[in-house]
Write a protein that binds this ligand. Structure first.
Ligand code: UDP
Length: 323
């Protein structure tokens, strides 16, 4: 199978490219390297370029004759999306639309889209299933929801089949140790905690200890990057077998607090991790946990690395290799 991975040099994309290579797919990565790393693309062809570059897109599609597209190229920082919404709507929405148009022009009809739990907004209940209302509370979440809506309309009008995968908290690293998380700036909890453990940072700030949770810190559903990639592969199989467009929530269904993540990181690393109390971060719901029953039932998805200690151990190995 010939697959175009847009954003294949980023954290999730690079793990996906490696996995597709193992599955004997012919992979082409398109990435502008604004956040990704060339050396994270471990197999296939690499094209450095932007989704906004229409002639380039047309050229890549003309040469590639792809069976499917996986789209990981988006800006992901909630806070930044509030102060720079234009950046988010342009890249995450306008450029995605252009990608879909080029797919249409070249007759490519299968699309796997990286969506997010942020499309749900403030949870009305947890765990969050696919029936939960989607009312995003920031431009990042809205940008992803807009593309989900575009995809629903493109299916009806043009027969473009898609699967939207709504990630909860992606974490961990390649179980074989070749890849990991390398955001700059890093904003995610697990890598920040481990950078504190390794001595690259002096402390981890805990954003709020007055939430309505057992220890007062926010609860999230952490999902191993390898399990996330497996879900993408299963989603592609789903479309390849002629099944309809769909959307799935991806998480392990169990929540861990910020405090529990720090404790687990202490145990895994055996290091001291200094904590500093900080105010709540705007827009953080107290508790986000996925109900991924549908992904299990419809896609046959079975997470292999649901244990938080394993997720953190893989991320710790990656952190140690870099320090
Ligand atoms: N968090 C924190 N300190 C940090 C970074 C994150 O306390 O330096 C908290 C954040 O408030 C949230 C959880 O950790 O409750 C996970 O945040 P992250 O940014 O990793 O993912 P998000 O849930 O925002 O997608």
């Amino acid at each position: 199978m010939k697959i175009l991975v847009v954003g294949g040099a980023g954290y999730i994309g690079s793990h996906m490219v490696k996995r597709l290579g193992q599955l004997a797919c012919h992979v082409t990565t398109l990435d502008n390297l604004s956040a990704g790393h060339r050396d994270a693309v471990l197999c296939g062809e690499f094209v450095q370029g932007d989704m906004a570059d229409l002639p380039l897109l047309n050229q890549v599609f003309a040469q590639g004759r792809f069976d499917a597209v996986m789209h990981f190229a988006s800006f992901i920082q909630v806070g930044e999306s509030v102060v720079e919404p234009a950046k988010y709507y342009r890249n995450n929405v306008v450029n995605s639309l252009q990608l879909l148009e080029v797919m249409r022009a070249h007759g490519v009809k299968r699309f796997i889209f990286s969506s997010t739990a942020a499309t749900f907004g403030e949870p009305q209940y947890v765990p969050i299933d696919e029936a939960h209302p989607q009312q995003p509370i920031n431009p990042y979440g809205r940008s992803k929801q807009m593309v989900e809506q575009v995809l629903a309309d493109y299916d009806k009008a043009y027969g473009l089949k898609s699967v939207c995968l709504r990630y909860f908290n992606a974490a961990g690293a390649d179980p074989e140790g070749q890849l990991g998380e390398r955001h700059d700036p890093e904003t995610h909890l697990v890598p920040l905690v481990l950078q504190t453990a390794s001595g690259r940072r002096s402390h981890i700030s805990v954003f709020g200890r007055d939430y309505d949770t057992p220890d007062g810190t926010c609860i999230r559903d952490y999902i191993h990057i390898a399990d996330l990639c497996e879900a993408h592969w299963l989603a592609l199989q789903h479309l390849s077998h002629g099944r309809g467009s769909d959307a799935f929530n991806l998480g392990n269904g169990s929540g861990f607090s910020v405090q529990q993540v720090i404790e687990t990181a202490r145990q895994v690393s055996g290091r001291t991790i200094m904590v500093q109390e900080a105010p709540r971060r705007a827009g953080d719901p107290a508790r986000l946990v996925a109900d991924a029953t549908r992904a299990r039932q419809v896609l046959g998805w079975q997470p292999q690395y649901a244990d938080l200690a394993v997720i953190i151990a893989h991320a710790w190995r990656w952190e140690c290799a870099r320090t």
